[in-house]
Write a protein that binds this ligand. Structure first.
Ligand code: ADP
Ligand code: MG
Length: 211
């Protein structure tokens, strides 16, 4: 069994800020095609603020660290993604509770809480061309691999691969939620920005766990 430490969680959030900054134009270009060209700037702004706050909460428990991300995102990111990613970290933080480290099962519970939160808040179904189309396949792969006895790093690698596939699989879909749904059939043929940021965030977690 592997253990995810608090330091790795903090490292994940720092890496997320870096990766979203590096991908700001990419995410914004994806959102330009089927939205309003702000997803990259939204996510970069929010996680810059998260990175600024991290040193002040790095010694708190994992639940508290994740709840700080929630509070920071909802106060700095507007649009659909601010409340949705806010809920991801709020509900993930609730699931992680006051833990100082996470077992494999705790990691599954934390991410499941986070993803359930996004679905409860946004009410997107699989195939609606949203971040849920990256997050749900990732959870399925994570749970399957943990159940098969893989440690959390191996299981998360499978989850990230599933998220990447889910992200690519949004291209032929017609959007049924959010701003992109206004385009109807014209949303077909473009990769969903939120599915892309979700893949990047999960991949940052994998990088942090491997470090
Ligand atoms: P906005 O659409 O308000 O400009 P962003 O551009 O930051 O917000 O985020 C857009 C992304 O939000 C979409 O690509 C999609 O993945 C995600 N999204 C939109 N609505 C929902 C929803 N109801 N459930 C899940 N994800 C959603
Ligand atoms: Mg947008």
């Amino acid at each position: 069994m592997t253990i995810v430490t608090k330091e790795q969680i903090v490292h994940w959030l720092e890496l997320t800020a870096t990766v979203l900054n590096e991908n700001r134009e990419y995410l914004t270009d994806l959102d330009r095609a089927i939205g309003d060209a702000d997803h990259g700037t939204n996510m970069d702004r929010g996680f810059k603020k998260v990175a600024e706050k991290l040193p002040t909460v790095a010694d708190k428990d994992i639940g508290n660290i994740l709840k700080t991300v929630w509070m920071t995102l909802i106060s700095s990111v507007g649009g659909a993604s601010g409340p949705l990613y806010g809920t991801f970290f709020q509900r993930g933080g609730m699931a992680a509770d006051a833990k100082e480290e996470l077992s494999d099962e705790d990691l599954v519970t934390t991410l499941q809480g986070a993803v359930d939160g996004v679905i409860a808040r946004g009410r997107a179904q699989p195939g609606d061309k949203t971040m849920v189309d990256a997050l749900l396949p990732a959870m399925a792969a994570l749970k399957e691999s943990v159940a098969a006895g893989k440690g959390c790093v191996g299981a998360l690698a499978d989850a990230v691969a599933a998220a990447e596939q889910g992200m690519k699989d949004t291209i032929p879909l017609q959007a049924r939620k959010g701003r992109a749904s206004y385009l109807g059939e014209r949303s077909i043929g473009h990769q969903d920005p939120g599915a892309t940021s979700s893949y990047l965030i999960l991949n940052a977690l994998l990088t942090a766990l491997r470090a």
